[in-house]
Ligand binder design. Sequence first.
Ligand code: SF4
Length: 366
Amino acid sequence: MNKQHLITELQSQGLRLVDASVGASGRKGGAGPSDHKAVTVDGTTVMVPIYTGTASRSPYLAQVKQQTSQVVLEKGTEKGTEAIASIEFPHQPQFYNLTTADGIPYWKIALLHSHDVLATTIQQTCMRYRNSDTACQFCAIEKSLDAGRTIARKTPEQLAEVAEAAVRLDGVKHMIMTTGTPNSSDRGAAYLAECARAVKAQVDLPIQAQCEPPDDFIWFEKMKAAGIDSLGMHLEAADPEVRARIMPGKAEVPLSHYFKAFEAAVAVFGWGQVSTYLLAGLGDSLDTLVEVSDRLINLGVYPFVVPFVPITDTPLAHHPAPSSDFMFALYQQVGALLKQSGMSSADINAGCAKCGACSALSTFES
Ligand code: SF4
């Protein structure tokens, strides 16, 4: 099986771990895709579901060989199991051992994603989350807060301290700052800018910010001036019916507002430095996802298509993940559009699309 197929299958079907303690801690709950663990397959680090119901039924199994500590990926077949690849798990980063002057462990402030990305949710609460009429059904943003694995609001000083250590001790290459949506018209842009300014004053680290489109696009210039290099504004789904069903609150922000915001943001951050998540498997058809990706690329926005991962304790916990065949076809078509346009994840300064670990898309770009 080639690498593209293997990564696509692992991300759709998940992985069973014989020893759940191997590698860096996974992500359970929190903003964005979750219930994952980083796995390196033939030099490419990807996030693979391991804590989900789908993963517990996956034919893929990671076995640790006692004598060599080598991890072997096996696939269950009708005849038994066959070893198909040797895989690795990135190590727990060193900055996780540190604690801020005010007594907060660094890992409650920011986490290592993939093998070289520092990711933080600067505000762990969202105005839409506590009401089922408005919450995005796939989201677990406040779960990690309820479980005591993070703090509600990270200060600019804490973020600067952790970012400096993560670069110095673990060679982190870029940083992602996302936020739950506050009930203010800037949609979190002001606080993202304040946090980015503090980090940039401490360490030279490319930063991507992620938020909903603010009402006034002047915020893009203010964010850029504060040191934010790239911006993510996440559609998640494109079909109006799917948006209304899966994310009733966010669907009240019309697609037309997103597209105006994309255009304004590309003018500030540059062609290919603005991106959006599209979660495949929530109901959008293949044609819809490819069409919207084409429209985004034409505007200068990178369409980061990722397979939806059902997260435990969310309303979509039992919603099926997309099939690997669906994802493969989607990656092939969006990958071809990216290639035609010359847009590449490697050219993005910072962010999820640059990291690429939640998707196999970057392996289809060339
Ligand atoms: S793609 Fe984004 S959410 Fe996924 S591992 Fe990378 S930084 Fe984290």
